[in-house]
Design a protein around this ligand. Structure first.
Ligand code: IDP
Ligand code: MG
Length: 224
């Protein structure tokens, strides 16, 4: 029997050509082999080869793996089998402790660990006005935008890249509803219920999807 095969869509930034190349990345646990097919021209890019350096637990949405000098970014599952089998698998999300709760840092870090989140990266920054506006650009037309920007720039924030099974939805569940008052009535144990004040001063940020979790790069690569 051939055994299981896991399929992912991966991206590699080809710096020479200046374009992002996309591949179907196939992993066969039985003999720890990898095969890669170019999504665009459907040609085999890497014929099935045993790759000692690749393990299944490194293959999850949001992860980056180095294969023969190429940094491959795992973007999506490419078949239903893989999605169902691994959807409880590890994900990364972006969490932010906003200026209103920076003084509670020791307690917050303890909660993160107790809840089973692994901290992959953390960074304290004071956001400039333009950095905060860039981060929240999809809200630029909202009536609360100016209040939000002045809140997010009033003092340091802590950005964290968190890893856990289903990290995106688990972190959103732990922080609770956007409005701290709603959080107190609907999710009294949530972080926004415990530490937030109102609709704006709500203690934490959490990415709402795997795609937006990639903004983690905004903090760890782009912002100094
Ligand atoms: P989220 O942080 O729960 O994803 P979003 O709707 O994406 O909520 O809004 C981003 C941030 O903008 C919120 O966390 C909060 O600080 C602020 N905000 C959202 N809605 C309101 C509002 O109606 N009034 C004031 N501030 C708001
Ligand atoms: Mg949001």
């Amino acid at each position: 029997m051939e055994g299981e095969r896991y399929a992912f869509l991966v991206e590699w930034y080809d710096s020479l050509a200046g374009i992002v190349r996309r591949y179907n990345f196939l992993f066969y646990p039985k003999d720890n082999s990898v095969e890669m097919i170019d999504v665009k021209n459907k040609r085999i890019f890497l014929k099935r080869t045993k790759e000692e350096s690749i393990r299944l637990d490194q293959c999850y949405i949001g992860s980056s793996v180095n294969l023969h000098g190429r940094q491959l970014k795992f973007v999506e599952y490419s078949d239903t089998f893989t999605k169902i089998k691994l959807s409880m698998a590890k994900e990364k999300t972006l969490a932010i402790f906003k200026p209103d709760i920076m003084k509670k840092m020791p307690l917050l870090l303890e909660i993160l660990c107790t809840e089973g989140f692994q901290i992959c990266d953390m960074k304290t920054v004071v956001l400039s006005k333009s950095a905060a506006e860039g981060f929240y650009r999809e809200h630029s037309a909202k009536p609360f935008f100016r209040t939000l920007i002045s809140f997010m720039t009033e003092g340091p924030i802590m950005a964290l890249s968190l890893l856990a099974d289903n990290a995106v939805s688990r972190w959103r569940a732990l922080i609770g509803p956007t409005n701290s008052a709603d959080a107190r009535s609907q999710a009294p144990d949530s972080l926004r219920a415990r530490f937030g004040t109102d609709q704006t001063r709500n203690a934490c940020h959490g990415s709402d999807s795997v795609a937006s979790a990639e903004r983690v790069e905004y903090f760890f690569k782009i912002l100094q």
